[in-house]
Design a protein around this ligand. Structure first.
Ligand code: PLP
Ligand code: ZN
Length: 551
């Protein structure tokens, strides 16, 4: 169909032209094949005019399996921002942390890439009906693009998917089939349906268009990290993503590998695949050093988006390709850890993300804490999707305050009643917290986290002397104290607070970035409410303790 791409079997090496309905190798029958291109031709074309093209997915059309570089379905796919995560980076001690904000695609997940390219490929081939099996986001993305292209879509979705995601699929006019079973069974049913009707079905890593779409993430990241002035590209040291079927990392590795072969970057990054603990077949196999994953028959996670229990050969391929590149890690996190990461991202970076995307961030936190990631490294986390909707269970209690309005008809001056109703919003006692740190950005981060937790009156001191003056003048309910400060350090501040009758009883939480010696620990003994190390502020436990101390 398209001249510049050939589809090469990874089992026997036979090459064939690309057509979306021909998914098996004509020589050996294997369905594991990949697209290959004339990379030198693409490199030449890009060096001549890439910079003049719009920053979207089609920018890289020489390395995509399409004929028309401006498909009619275009609606702003790809070209998402790479955001510097300064606050989260500071919290984790990772100054070079970036977020690829895939929420900013047309249907708010990175699956827009997959749907856009697949539908463009279908249009090229004159196909007008297709099938997907999905845990939600793939179906939503395909629904939007199929609607735009006038392609009839059958979406098979496991009934575990939250209802609002189902509604989103339905609104586009998709034929929605809810399957009361696991995602793996749903996929099988959809495949049978497609085969009987001779329809194209997205087969995940075995679909050329799916993998090719995901590699554009790698191209964009390398361009965004590079230097625009010199047109140089740069790969990060780490790419981190939450993983279900594994299309994302497989595509991203392919993208970086192509860039490496084109001499545009110097290495393929280490890849971190993060799964939920209740459905982590890849992680389990990785830790045991297995070449094949053992399927999880009954996934046990509330994050149904990531419920591929049987990754099949994708795991083996990923493992092989990670080992051939710069390696990486596979980790699992609990649902609870993902929800906490979700809160953190919203509160300190201003990004509301869905639980499936939060899994990647919970994984990042784990890798940073266990020292797997070095502080000097550049890390990109795929923020793969937006929260839609925020399920109430994630917020916990007290996420809003109710205002009950009186019956206006009985009041002479209705606005008075309104004010009275609002009054109780401010009625609780607001506690004073003194934050002592010589670094302004550290104070800002702590303030931000505390503010998001509850209504506190926060006072900041940038030196030990200033802290003592403020504490004497207006004793706070709690002091959060940095240890390493010039002139009067945290140890001395603590000693002086304990010498004054006005400040002796104020609870103090000490923050430290370094390991304390036995002697230093001795100086703190009996004087502090809690010793806190880097990253502790992410812990709900600590925040709960602060609330407890303040009563
Ligand atoms: C928001 C989100 N993140 C991550 C994933 C995992 O993607 P994959 O394993 O297919 O690359 C999905 C899959 O649907 C998703 O919707
Ligand atoms: Zn073959």
């Amino acid at each position: 169909m398209t001249q510049h791409v050939s589809i090469v079997c990874i089992d026997c090496g036979a090459a064939a032209p690309f057509h979306p309905l021909e998914f098996a190798c004509p020589s050996c029958g294997s369905v594991w094949r990949q697209a290959e291109y004339d990379l030198e031709f693409a490199r030449q074309a890009w060096s001549e005019n890439l910079s003049a093209r719009p920053f979207d997915l089609w920018r890289y059309h020489e390395l995509l399996p399409i004929r028309n570089p401006q498909p009619t379905v275009m609606m702003g796919e790809g070209g998402t921002p790479l955001l510097r995560a300064a606050n989260l980076g500071r919290l984790l001690g990772l100054p070079n942390l970036y977020i690829k904000d895939e929420r900013q695609g047309p249907t708010a997940s990175f699956k827009d890439r997959q749907a856009a390219l697949t539908v463009a490929v279908l249009l090229d081939a004159g196909l007008k009906e297709t099938v997907v099996a999905s845990t939600g986001n793939v179906a939503i993305a395909f629904s939007a693009y199929c609607a735009r292209a006038g392609v009839k879509l059958w979406a098979f979705i496991t009934s575990l998917v939250p209802a609002p995601k189902m509604h989103e699929v339905a609104i586009y006019g998709t034929r929605l089939i809810k399957v009361a079973s696991t995602y793996d069974q749903t996929k099988k049913l959809a495949a049978q349906f497609a085969q009987e009707r001779g329809l194209y079905i997205d087969r995940g890593v075995r679909s050329i268009a799916a993998v090719e779409s995901m590699k554009t993430l790698a191209y964009e990241i390398a361009e965004q990290l590079g230097n625009e002035d010199t047109s140089s590209w740069r790969a990060p040291d780490w790419y981190i993503q939450s993983v279900s079927g594994g299309i994302g990392p497989v595509g991203v590795i392919k993208g970086f590998t192509e860039l490496l072969r084109m001499n545009l970057i110097e290495k393929v990054p280490a890849i971190a695949c993060i799964q939920t603990a209740g459905c982590s077949p890849m992680v389990d196999a990785w830790h045991k050093g297995l070449e094949q994953a053992v399927p999880v028959r009954s996934p046990n996670t509330l994050i149904s988006t990531l419920s591929t229990g049987d990754p099949g050969r994708t795991y083996s391929l990923l493992r092989e390709r990670m080992h051939a590149g710069s390696g990486g890690a596979m980790e699992s996190v609990t649902d609870e850890e993902a929800y906490q990461a979700m809160h953190t991202l919203a509160k300190i970076e201003g990004l509301s993300i869905e639980p499936a995307a939060a899994v990647a961030f919970a994984g990042l936190i784990k890798l940073a804490r266990n020292g797997k990631i070095d502080p000097s490294q550049t890390i990109v986390v795929n923020c793969s999707g937006h929260t839609m909707p925020i399920e109430k269970s994630i917020l916990g209690d007290g996420w809003a305050q109710d205002v009950v309005l009186p019956d206006y008809s009985t009041l002479e001056q209705p606005e008075e009643g309104l004010l009275a109703a609002l009054e109780h919003l401010d009625s609780q006692r607001i506690h004073n917290i003194l934050i002592v740190d010589d670094h302004a950005d550290a104070r800002l981060l702590i303030s931000r986290i505390l503010q998001a937790q509850a209504d506190y009156n926060l006072v900041e001191a940038s030196s030990g002397m200033q802290a003592l003056e403020l504490a004497e003048k207006n004793p706070p309910d709690l002091v959060i104290l940095d240890l390493m400060m010039p002139e009067l350090d945290g140890f001395s501040v603590l000693e002086r607070l304990k010498q004054s009758s006005k400040t002796i009883d104020i609870p103090v939480i000490v923050i430290t970035a370094k390991q304390l010696s036995a002697g230093e620990k001795e100086r703190l003994r009996g004087k502090i409410a809690r010793l806190m190390t880097k990253g502790d502020f992410l812990s709900e436990e600590l925040l709960a303790e602060i609330e407890r101390i303040l009563g």
